[in-house]
Design a protein around this ligand. Structure first.
Ligand code: MIC
Ligand code: SF4
Length: 649
């Protein structure tokens, strides 16, 4: 029987389990990378596990999120990450070298490999034919310590691309926005999207990477393209042709479903506030005033894309009411643009050029003004994520964004009267890895340096047989990890300090949450009630760890997003599922709930009776934990579990 690309890669890396969708499969991992905002916790956890060296073929620690150094905290974290990488044998990508996903694609990603990253946009590497998956920090730490990675085998859905894009105004970003429009932010849960068909050859590796990057917004486990002549060409231009292998699905490969996209029918698309799936054709919003435009991020930062933006801006001026911010994705891109004069063209037009980092995407600078409209070539527009609660953030392709910047309003780029070049891929990218520090020859001689803001990782008491706690918050569908624990330039520097960051749990939704949680901690702690797709978005494990620190015992939701569900389990919080929508409707914030015989049911049929003591009725919830996940909960989480395994107890 023929195999698809995902099956081919999983088969080669399989340690245990089967390829049957929905069942656990243990995998050998080739590459693990971290970024700074999730990386400090990951590396603290790695240290706490107690092994002497990174146990995967390649580990890289990046710095890209926490780049504004308004006090000692971020700079101290950078030093910690550099010294800890050296101590345990990982590469270190210095601040300024660029956004992890872009740099990884350029310098390390390879077809046929499996990579994990502590960031939800790790699937960017799928553009090169790598199976790249976003995970929580603790999962990454245990894999770096030598454990296999356990994946719940996803359903593989084939996306067939036909036809040709109407360049330069229709781009890869418009393809993924169209897919988001059709499938929504829940459409990819439990799935990997595997691209194929004649339209694939139309797209360069960076364009494919835009699509796999933003596949994260579908809730997908990953997205992947074949490895073909264009992949080889990209790797050759990066001086890494020897990393190329061909990778394609067999003719008779089977899929769990299929989607057809005719590229020639795609038009410029835009996501409206406040969700990446709130997508319409740009022309429908024509005339909307624009105050800010941001171009770059890990979604749309390739040299070719930025060149094409520069060709449009050249000799023109941004509209009087618009702030145009540009964050090139990597030093490679930035350096090449500078050498070609493209940065000068952007500056000439009035752009504000930022450093190579996440920047405004995560509210690390560049927040819009009150009530302003910001259009960004980024991947997320959740309410408040930009740093301004009442801003209206839209998402569109870089070239569409550039047209808006010139016109000061939303306009269909095809009819705006401008000309732009569709830049061809360069034959050779500038290869200068002077900002990537290799692991030293004698790592054990390195001293790990920790600034005063870097605190121990808290560990939960193992779960008791009875949970009695208050519903501290009742949330709706599609709650993001940005809602649970916001980012931004004030809160992000606290990522290495759980007691401090826990003050901000749910602060964007309910500013009293943290105080109320602490008040009931002695009385058994709290429970959170959620709707569908609870915890979508970012991989930040702080969205589980900080509530755990505040005494949250359980989350009861209609369904969970994959990475957040794993993070909850990793920190010993039970993810319970409502059996019916009515039960969700009935329970109120403030109700006191009692769940008896938790351990017994967890060992048994995973069905639990919840007594609502306040309103005097009972309802049934369930869990769907596999064997390993149950063990993690019994142990009090993945850290105590792994420590025990490493020390052989
Ligand atoms: C994001 O885009 O939300 C982030 C910031 O990159 C996160 C990681 C984090 O919160 O540190 C992600 O995508 O996982
Ligand atoms: Fe950085 Fe934004 Fe990409 Fe997250 S989505 S890695 S914050 S650029």
């Amino acid at each position: 029987m023929g195999k698809n690309i995902v099956e081919k890669i999983v088969e080669v890396h399989k340690v245990y389990g089967s390829l049957k969708p929905g069942t656990p499969v243990g995998l050998n991992v080739d590459q693990v990378y971290t970024q700074d905002a999730t990386g400090t916790m990951t590396w603290l956890q790695f240290e706490a596990i107690g092994v002497d060296r990174v146990n995967v073929p390649l580990a890289v620690s990046y710095v890209d999120h926490n780049m504004i150094q308004s006090n000692h905290m971020n700079a101290d974290d950078h030093v910690f990450l550099q010294t800890v990488a050296a101590r345990y044998g990982a590469y270190f990508s210095r601040p300024g070298n660029g956004i992890s996903h872009q740099v990884h694609l350029e310098r390390f990603a390879a077809p046929g490999k499996i990579a994990l990253g502590t960031d939800s946009h790790t699937p960017t590497g799928g553009g090169i034919g790598m199976l790249a998956i976003g995970v929580g920090g603790l999962d990454a730490a245990t894999v770096m310590a030598g454990a296999p990675f356990e994946l719940t085998m996803p359903h593989v859905v084939r996306v067939t691309l036909q036809g040709t894009l109407a360049r330069p105004w229709v781009t890869a970003m418009d393809i993924i926005l169209e897919i988001l429009r059709r499938l929504t932010v829940k459409g990819g849960v439990g799935k990997i999207f595997e691209y194929g068909g004649p339209g694939v050859a139309e797209l360069s590796v960076p364009e494919r990477a835009t699509i796999t990057n933003m596949g994260a917004e579908l809730g997908a486990t990953s997205s992947i393209f074949p490895s073909d002549r264009r992949t080889r060409r990209f790797l050759k231009a990066q001086g890494r042709e020897s990393d190329w292998v061909e990778l394609r699905a067999d003719r008779d490969a089977r899929y769990a479903g299929s989607i057809d996209i005719d590229l020639s029918r795609i038009e410029p698309m835009i996501a409206r506030p406040h969700s990446p799936d709130n997508v319409v054709p740009v022309r429908e919003l024509a005339g909307t005033r624009v105050d800010q435009v941001c171009i770059g991020s890990c979604t749309n930062s390739s040299y070719e894309t930025m060149r094409s933006v520069a060709s449009l801006l050249k000799g023109r001026s941004v509209a009087r009411g618009v702030n145009l911010l540009v964050n090139p994705g990597s030093k490679q891109v930035y350096e090449m643009l500078s050498r070609k004069g493209a940065i000068a063209d952007m500056i000439g037009a009035g752009a504000r050029i930022l450093e190579s980092s996440c920047g405004p995407c995560i509210g690390m600078g560049g927040a819009p003004g009150t009530g302003q409209v910001s259009v960004r070539s980024y991947n997320r527009n959740f309410k408040g994520r930009s740093g301004t609660k009442d801003a209206f953030v839209y998402l569109a392709s870089p070239i569409t964004c550039a047209v808006f910047a010139l016109r000061g309003e939303i306009v269909d780029p095809r009819t705006a009267g401008f000309a732009a070049e569709a830049t061809r891929e360069p034959r050779r990218y500038v290869q200068n890895d002077n900002m990537i520090v290799k692991p030293p020859e004698h790592p054990s001689a390195v001293t790990v340096i920790k600034g005063p803001n870097i605190r121990e990782v808290p560990v939960k008491e193992p779960l008791g047989d009875r949970i009695e706690a208050d519903v501290l918050l009742k949330a709706s569908d599609n709650i993001t990890t940005d809602d649970i624990l916001p980012a931004g330039s004030t809160i992000l520097p606290l990522r290495s300090n759980i007691p401090a960051i826990s003050e901000y749990v749910f602060s964007a939704i309910d500013s009293t949450f943290s105080k109320r949680a602490k008040e009931v901690r002695e009385k058994g702690g709290g429970i959170i009630v959620g709707g569908e797709n609870y915890g979508q978005g970012s991989s930040r494990e702080h969205a589980a760890l900080a509530p755990m620190f505040l005494g949250v015992q359980a989350v009861i939701a209609k369904s969970f997003a994959r990475i957040h569900r794993s993070n909850l389990i990793n920190f010993g919080i039970v993810p319970f599922l409502f059996r019916s929508g009515e039960d969700y409707e009935k329970v109120k914030q403030g109700d006191r709930l009692v769940i008896e015989r938790v351990l017994e049911s967890l060992r048994g049929n995973q069905s639990y009776t919840v007594k609502n003591v306040t309103a005097d009725y009972s309802f049934v919830v369930s869990t769907n934990l596999n064997d390993r996940e149950r063990e993690l909960i019994f142990a009090g989480g993945l850290l105590p579990y792994t420590k025990r395994q490493v020390s052989g107890v």
